[in-house]
Design a binder for this molecule. Structure first.
Ligand SMILES: Cc1cc2nc3c(=O)[nH]c(=O)nc-3n(C[C@H](O)[C@H](O)[C@H](O)COP(=O)(O)O)c2cc1C
Length: 283
């Protein structure tokens, strides 16, 4: 499948065929993992690939919500570094997810932010390592029953009500959201197609002076009540940035994301509930 089609067609799959992928496919996945592009190159990124033990309830063991039926494998992506580690993780893990979709493999992230310490112990990870979510993968259960069950679990996991692009894109200033200009449509559609914990979709785009700015909503009650869970916005924001970066390859647009810091002088005026994340100066 074409990369852009994979970005737009990816959906979280929660019902899998109860069988492992073959060795060649797993080797291809290891290769994808080895060649992922960093957002913050100095962060130390590692990925463990594991098989699900039959009967194991990953959601109960690792946090997350909803139900996942008989997934055969998962990845534990983790990173160590002081600069935006969760954004960088979302950026790298989404590239892996999309390239798996290109291979016809189904995926779903399972959030683990509330349980980071448990996960560190279970996988013997460094105390400083961060990870936002596991990436479950395998072949989707086919047939009408598999699809129906997936749709039911999807609704229960709040993935059914989504914002549209016209809700999250701003041109010139934050006065009113609207539809992106044609030249940007492909990359904005791709960014907006990113997965997000509880389907929060925290990203907001501002197009100003040939620069695409990405902001995140600081708070969203749908992430949960614990303050630590608000950090899902960072993982989700990184996934959104990865989709924009990958989608650029299918357009004439070129540019690199630059992370922004709070209080940086060149950040456009923005509502207090938004946090500046990054900018993409388009050439
Ligand atoms: C960081 C993160 C954590 C997630 N955690 C879960 C989870 O615990 N359980 C689940 O069923 N889906 C989980 N998802 C998948 C989201 O529910 C899904 O991305 C969202 O509903 C949008 O649907 P889509 O991925 O099909 O576009 C997670 C996604 C992300 C990015």
């Amino acid at each position: 499948m074409d990369l852009y089609d994979a970005i737009l067609s990816r959906r979280s799959v929660r019902r899998y065929r109860d069988e492992p992928l073959d060795k060649n496919t797993l080797a291809l996945i290891d290769d994808i993992v080895d060649h992922v592009r960093p957002l913050v190159p100095e962060n130390r990124f590692r990925v463990l690939r594991r098989d699900v033990v039959s009967g194991e309830d990953l959601i109960a063991a690792m946090g997350g919500y909803g139900r996942i039926l008989t997934p055969p494998h998962y990845l534990v992506g983790n990173t160590i570094g002081s600069r935006r580690p969760l954004v960088d993780l979302g950026y790298r893990m989404e590239q892996i997810a999309i390239q798996m979709v290109q291979l016809g493999i189904s995926v779903c992230f399972i959030g683990s932010l509330g349980r980071e310490e448990n996960v560190r112990i279970r996988f013997r990870l460094n105390r400083e390592s961060r990870f936002g979510a596991f990436l479950i993968f395998g072949r989707a259960a086919d047939g009408i029953t598999g699809r129906t069950i997936n749709a039911v679990i999807l609704r229960a996991s709040s993935g059914a009500s989504k914002l549209v692009v016209g809700d999250v894109f701003y041109n010139g200033s934050f006065k009113r959201a609207g539809v992106p200009p044609k030249a940007l449509a492909r990359i904005i559609d791709a960014g907006h197609a990113a997965p997000s914990a509880n389907s929060v979709q925290p990203w907001r785009f501002l197009w100003r002076a040939d620069t695409l700015y990405l902001f995140l909503r600081r708070q969203n009650s749908r992430y949960g009540s614990k303050p630590a869970l608000q950090e899902y916005r960072c993982f989700d924001g990184g996934a959104c940035m990865a989709n924009v970066m990958m989608a650029m390859e299918s357009t004439d647009l070129r540019g690199d994301w630059v992370l922004l810091d709070e209080g940086q002088p060149d950040v456009p005026v923005h509502p207090v509930e938004l946090e500046p994340l990054a900018k993409l100066r388009l050439r």
